[in-house]
Each structure stands twice: as structure tokens, then as C-alpha cells.
Design a protein around this ligand. Structure first.
Ligand SMILES: [Zn+2]
Length: 350
């Protein structure tokens, strides 16, 4: 990155740690424990709840603002090991099967830690002409670790999580690409906001910073976290589709650009008063932002689930524009990340 000065307020080392952590849905311990140890010196009552959500507080008055992002990433689990030592996997979350052949992965094992591997397939030369035109389904692929069948069987178990290989890259002056920006970039925004608020000591309400589990398999952890924290307001941070790529018509998806600011939603998942308030703060403080009216409830979002806990929660989901979502090369822009942190800090002080 040539222009790191611009982002000396961002702890890029922690962002790298987050992106290089392995946390397939249901196996987020490394990310959640890392979130707590990163904040431990500044927060009150850092803990993991029964599901594994990481929760930490900044003390304030009796009203609570929950800031949430999901710790998990899309990935796989081992479903079968062949006699030849090939490892067959099934998707855990909304994997894009078109990206799988030729990918590098890590298998998280009980006895030997992370074992690297590659997702193999039949050579194109041996495929029928018709088959070359179609996406290969996950169950026709396999992970090859280079280990002998005996080694594979002793080290790797059925159910072991499999994640894309850590691959964080800083590209150009502002861009970052990684396998797990969805939603480590959100966890990063929450953690940085907590740090800044702790340093400034100027927030009025109690703040709960939360890294939740199992979003990619049905938004499960956020429900439990919201129920136990019982917030008055919840702000979730997640990636949002950037439309500045080919074949993504504005007439269908609106205009969300990488580097043009944090996304403030106007949809049923967002409390309208909160949405207007966020926009006003962004305008007053000169924070770049974009408005999206896109519906984001396909498969549900954490915001939509938190909104429905107990007697209802005033909720909004701030978006970090992201290209290539659910592929190993998701891309975000650090200017949007800084804008999201600034907006959340200003909101908590307003
Ligand atoms: Zn997400």
C-alpha cells in the first residue's frame, strides 16, 4: 500500500489477524477469543456466551447500544474420506461453487492444527465438451493435502471445518482483498469503534461490542446475543454488494460504489428514524456515505433477526461496499471502513 498515512488511524495489523483467522460457521473460537483479547484492556466484562458470541461492554447509563458484526465465514466441513485419501467436503454457508476448482484451503484438525490442501478436479483435457460449460458441484470435487491416505485418516476427521486459505492483500492505495472480509471487516469496524470510544471516554450510553457466531448458516448467534444484551438500539455492520462491476445494472440493484462511503440502508430491516439520524450525522460531520434501498433479507440478515427479539429493537445495518462477495477474493475499500467507524463513533456521542 503506497498511501498508508491516510489510514494510520486504522490498526491494519489487527485487520490482517482477523482476515487470516479461520472461523467457519460453528467454529469461530479463534476470531471471537481474538476479539476479546484485542479489547480486554479497555472493556468491561469481556466474555463468550453459551453459543460462543464474543461480548464486551463500555460502561454508560441505563440505555444500551449494541454494535454487532459476525465472526464466521463461509466454508466447508469434511463429509467423507476416500480410501485414496481424497477429502470430500460439503458447503457450510452460501459458497459460490464456480470459484472452487483450483482453490487453496486449510483443514482445521483436532490433532495437527491447520493442514493445507487444494481443491482438485479432473483435468479439462479429460472432460466431455458439454461438461466444460457447467459449474462442477461441490460433491464432485475433493481436497488433496499431499499426505498419504494413512496420514489423512489419522489426522483429519469427519466434520472438521475447511476454510479458504488466508490470503489478505492490500491492493492499490485503498483496497483490501481477502477470503473473509464478509464479515471480518465488520468485526474490525466494531473493534476499532470500541477502542476509539474507550479512548475518548465521551459516550453517554452503555455500549456492547459483539462478534457473533453462525450468521452464514441462518443468523443464529445474533438472536441469542440480542436476547441477553437486551439493547435499546442495535447497529450491525456487514458487507453490502458493490454494483460497480460489469453486468450489475443500477436499474435492478441501485448504485453502491467501492470507496464512496459507508452504506446507510432504507429498507424494512432498518429503523427509519435511525437511518435518517445516521444520514444527518454523516452530512454534519462530512462523513462519506451512500444510501441503499436494496432489500437484503434473502436468507435473512443479523439486523432482521435482532430487530425481532423480545419486544423489538431499533436496528440498522451499516454496509461496507464489497465486490466478489462469497468468493476467496472479496474486495473492500479502507475509505469506506474509516467512514463506518467515524459514523459509529459520532453516533455514540450524539
Ligand atoms: Zn456477512
Amino acid at each position: 500500500m503506497s498511501d498508508t498515512k491516510e489510514f494510520n488511524t486504522l490498526d491494519i495489523n489487527y485487520l490482517r489477524t482477523l482476515c487470516e483467522s479461520t472461523g467457519v460457521s460453528g467454529f469461530e473460537k479463534e476470531v471471537c477469543e481474538g476479539f476479546l483479547s484485542y479489547l480486554r484492556d479497555e472493556v468491561k466484562d469481556p466474555h463468550l456466551d453459551t453459543m460462543g458470541n464474543a461480548i464486551a461492554f463500555l460502561s454508560g447509563d441505563s440505555k444500551t447500544v449494541m454494535m454487532e458484526a459476525h465472526a464466521d465465514e463461509i466454508g466447508f466441513q469434511v463429509i467423507h474420506i476416500s480410501d485414496a485419501g481424497n477429502i470430500h467436503i460439503r458447503a457450510n454457508g452460501g459458497i459460490d461453487e464456480q470459484c472452487l476448482p483450483g482453490s487453496q484451503v486449510v483443514i482445521q484438525t483436532q490433532s495437527r492444527g491447520l493442514i493445507p490442501g487444494v481443491i482438485g478436479k479432473k483435468p479439462i483435457h479429460l472432460m466431455k465438451a458439454d461438461d466444460r460449460k457447467h459449474t462442477i458441484e461441490t460433491h464432485h470435487l475433493w481436497v488433496d493435502t499431499g499426505l498419504s491416505p494413512e496420514e489423512v485418516k489419522s489426522a483429519i476427521g469427519i466434520g472438521d471445518p475447511v476454510a479458504f486459505m488466508p490470503n489478505m492483500k492490500l491492493l492499490g492505495d485503498y483496497r483490501i482483498s481477502s477470503k473473509a472480509l464478509d464479515d471480518r471487516i465488520g468485526v474490525f469496524v466494531v473493534a476499532q469503534t470500541m477502542k476509539r470510544l474507550a479512548m475518548m471516554q465521551s459516550h453517554l450510553h452503555t455500549i456492547a461490542g459483539v462478534a457473533t457466531v453462525q450468521e452464514e448458516v441462518g443468523c443464529r448467534g445474533s438472536v441469542i446475543a440480542s436476547y441477553s444484551i437486551h439493547p435499546d438500539i442495535a447497529i450491525t455492520v456487514d458487507v453490502d454488494f458493490a454494483t460497480d462491476v460489469p453486468d450489475c445494472p443500477s436499474t435492478q440493484y441501485g448504485d453502491i460504489l467501492l470507496g464512496a462511503g459507508v452504506v446507510i440502508p432504507r429498507n424494512a430491516d432498518a429503523d427509519m428514524a435511525l437511518s435518517r439520524q445516521m444520514e444527518q450525522i454523516a452530512k454534519d460531520k462530512g462523513i462519506p456515505y451512500q444510501i441503499s434501498a436494496r432489500h437484503r433479507t434473502t436468507g435473512g440478515t443479523n439486523a432482521s433477526k435482532i430487530q425481532l427479539t423480545r419486544d423489538g429493537v431499533h436496528t440498522i445495518s451499516l454496509g461496507i461496499p464489497c465486490r466478489y462477495m462469497h468468493t476467496p477474493v472479496e474486495m473492500c475499500d479502507l475509505r469506506d471502513v474509516e467512514a463506518a467507524i467515524k459514523l459509529m463513533v459520532e453516533f455514540c456521542q450524539s
